[in-house]
Design a protein around this ligand. Structure first.
Ligand SMILES: Cc1cc2nc3c(=O)[nH]c(=O)nc-3n(C[C@H](O)[C@H](O)[C@H](O)COP(=O)(O)O)c2cc1C
Length: 182
């Protein structure tokens, strides 16, 4: 590790293990690892993670009442210098799997927003209208503002409905370059 190397946590959230968004994430990871960063993947689509119950047992700053992979997720996020949110576009928002991760920030919101964490967003969508990514981008920007995240870049990959479609675009290269830029 060099002096500026970071621990980067990539949170993948597609039911397609070898789908479009994870292809973009792989390219990001290749670029980041070439720069000497340590990358860990948390694949929520294959984790045991349940939606926030809103029980307020945690008071936004304490243990969660649920005994699932949320504890591991919290530890991995709080250990990381940067977090990358990776998702297919589902009805103009993030996947339910990724939304579950974000809602589970609740029990450590106080710790997380004081860390001023670096973040990035990678989204794969089928369509390529100029408004396809408007809502998901706005949601992410608002989340960054509220949580004091410091955005390092967004890959808003339109026209990436399948792996062959994605491979024909320049978005894999852009994801690689984002990783290399860190
Ligand atoms: C439930 C569902 C909702 C979707 N909603 C959208 C959408 O709003 N806009 C869009 O362009 N594509 C939409 N898609 C297509 C996916 O975003 C697209 O195929 C993406 O490449 C899937 O990525 P993945 O292979 O990483 O899962 C949707 C697909 C599913 C299954």
């Amino acid at each position: 590790m060099n002096d500026e190397s970071m621990n980067i946590l990539v949170i993948e959230s597609s039911p397609h293990k070898n789908g479009s968004s994870n292809l973009l994430a792989d390219n990001f990871i290749r670029g980041a690892e070439e720069k000497g960063h340590q990358v860990t993947v948390f694949d929520v689509a294959r984790a045991d993670l349940h939606p926030c119950l809103g029980c307020d047992f945690c008071g936004m700053n304490g243990p969660c009442s649920q005994k699932d992979d949320g504890g591991r997720l919290r530890d991995e996020i709080l250990r990381a210098d940067m977090m990358v949110l990776v998702t297919p576009l589902y009805y103009f928002g993030v996947s339910a799997q990724l939304k579950t991760v974000i809602d589970r920030f609740y029990s450590f919101t106080v710790k997380l927003d004081s860390r001023r964490m670096k973040t990035a967003l990678i989204v794969a969508a089928w369509d390529s209208n100029e408004w396809t990514m408007t809502e998901v981008e706005s949601y992410y920007d608002t989340l960054c503002r509220y949580m004091n995240f410091r955005d390092q870049g967004k890959i808003l990959a339109t026209g990436c409905g399948t792996v062959p479609m994605t491979s024909r675009t320049d978005f894999p290269q852009k994801a690689y370059e984002l990783g290399r830029s860190l």
